[in-house]
Design a binder for this molecule. Structure first.
Ligand code: KG4
Ligand code: ZN
Length: 351
């Protein structure tokens, strides 16, 4: 069965072809058109520009995914699309496109939750340099941490379609904190990868930044205090010192953010007794974080999984795999008038 995945939740226009084979499958193509150039000068994603670019680029990106997979549109057996969460106007582009395509081809449509799709990326078998073996459905249940620009979520994936929220951020997402600190240090948008580069050679113990702890909710996160601590530290410095100590600040911030993530991961493994842990989402591309998580979890006797670098950020490959899991579990397709939503299904019950 050939699944076409479509992603347009934020600033990547993406399409992918995934071929299912029993409970597993194979990625045949994955195309991602980044809009970074469009938003960089604004220091953040501009929803209106993002939506327009998705509308312009989606047909070309889908054609490219078909030609790289060497298949024809008429061979597609199912269409999968990110329908929540994300920027509403951006999501609507992918959802409308996918709805039309599914009706035109006469194939089922699947709406995939973006947060859950990030976890699905850990199931991708890829030729690229994965630092760990891909997960398979027989490995479930797993604990997972989705660390991205929009979410910092700890959850259990119990079956291909059963997810349970354990903890989430009370304020900023960890990727958002990286981006804001990058901005404070005068680095390009998005700050995450630049803060990581700046940290290299910096002293991670030069500044003792706080990690947010919420006493009554030990699995929740808070990054606004950490971000504010960086802001105040910089405000007290001379312009020369700000430049001279940028690497130390970046490294100390990164170290605090990583401690916040790793401490919750270790606590979750101890509390829930699930000895498989997945780190995913854009921030999972951070090498220092990957290494720290790996050491801490292996010390707990847990197996650590992280998607290949190319599948940490937003791709349509993860959307197609998410739909493959739904299909494997016998989940019904979406109605033809599938709608978009800004909030993940994981939080739907708390609304
Ligand atoms: O998953 P993603 O591509 O999009 C969302 O769903 O939000 O995550 C994007 C986030 C951004 O905040 C970006 O700065 C961060 O992931 N990021 C990183 C790194 N690469 C991307 N953060 C820290 N270190 C990195 N190497
Ligand atoms: Zn994402």
């Amino acid at each position: 069965m050939l699944i076409l995945g479509i992603e347009s939740s934020c600033d990547e226009t993406a399409a992918a072809i995934y071929e299912t084979d029993g409970p597993g499958g194979r990625l045949k193509s994955s195309v991602v058109a980044s809009q970074l150039d469009l938003h960089a000068k604004f220091g953040g994603v501009v929803p209106e520009l993002s939506a327009r670019a998705h509308v312009e680029r989606m047909p070309g990106v889908v054609s490219e995914s078909l030609s790289r997979a060497e298949i024809k549109m008429s061979e597609i057996n199912a269409v999968a699309v990110t329908h929540r969460p994300g920027l509403l106007s951006a999501l609507l582009c992918g959802v409308s496109y996918a709805r039309g395509l599914a009706i035109g081809l006469g194939v089922p449509l699947y709406g995939v939750d973006h947060v859950k799709a990030h976890v699905a990326a850990a199931f991708l078998d890829s030729a690229s340099t994965s630092s760990s073996r891909p997960l398979s459905l027989s490995d479930l249940p797993v604990l997972a941490m989705v660390a991205s620009g929009g979410h910092t979520v700890l959850l259990t994936m119990k079956s291909p379609v059963e997810f349970e929220l354990i903890g989430t951020t009370r304020d900023d997402a960890v990727g958002e904190a990286f981006d804001k600190v990058g901005q404070l240090l005068g680095l390009p948008f998005p700050g995450g990868p630049h803060v990581e580069k700046k940290s290299a050679g910096g002293n991670s113990e030069a500044f003792r930044f706080p990690i947010g702890v919420i006493r009554k909710a030990p699995f929740d996160f808070s990054f606004s205090g950490l971000k504010t601590a960086v802001l105040y530290t910089l405000a007290k410095m001379s312009p020369e010192d700000r430049v001279a100590r940028a690497s130390d600040i970046a490294a100390s911030f990164q170290s605090a953010a990583i401690r916040a993530l790793v401490s919750r991961a270790v606590r979750a493994v101890r509390t829930f007794g699930i000895r498989r842990f997945v780190l995913c989402g854009g921030v999972a591309a951070n090498r220092t974080l990957r290494t720290a998580m790996n050491s801490a979890l292996v010390a707990e006797g847990a197996e650590f999984h992280v998607p290949p670098f190319a599948f940490c950020g937003d791709t349509a490959a993860q959307v197609a795999v998410g739909a493959a899991h739904m299909i494997a579990a016998g989940a019904p397709p979406a109605p033809p008038d599938l709608d978009a939503d800004t909030i993940s299904e994981l939080f739907a019950s708390s609304r």
